[in-house]
Design a protein around this ligand. Structure first.
Ligand SMILES: [Zn+2]
Length: 90
């Protein structure tokens, strides 16, 4: 696992349009690690703003967009099925 600080450095360099190889050299880790780190960061960026923009009174599956039926008193669901949830984290 990469340290958060190093991860942020990688993401920052990537935003500056540096190549994976150049970033890997700079932070002294493998190119694969850099690639994976950037990929994860993109997924996080995709997920969080969406979650914040969805009003709390309604809910849609984050994977397929299907409307979710909320049961009062139950924990809010993020996905319509286990299948969607699993796909999201693959
Ligand atoms: Zn779904």
């Amino acid at each position: 696992m990469l340290k958060d600080r190093r991860k942020r450095t990688i993401i920052r360099l990537r935003e500056a349009e540096m190549s994976y190889k150049a970033i890997a050299r700079k932070v002294k880790c493998g190119e694969t690690t850099v690639r994976r780190c950037c990929h994860n960061a993109e997924q996080v960026e995709d997920g969080i703003p969406n979650a914040l923009s969805v009003p709390s009174c309604e809910s849609h599956c984050r994977q397929c967009g299907k409307e979710l039926i909320l049961i009062p008193g139950k924990r809010k669901k993020l996905y319509c099925s286990k299948k969607c949830r699993r796909r999201r984290y693959e």
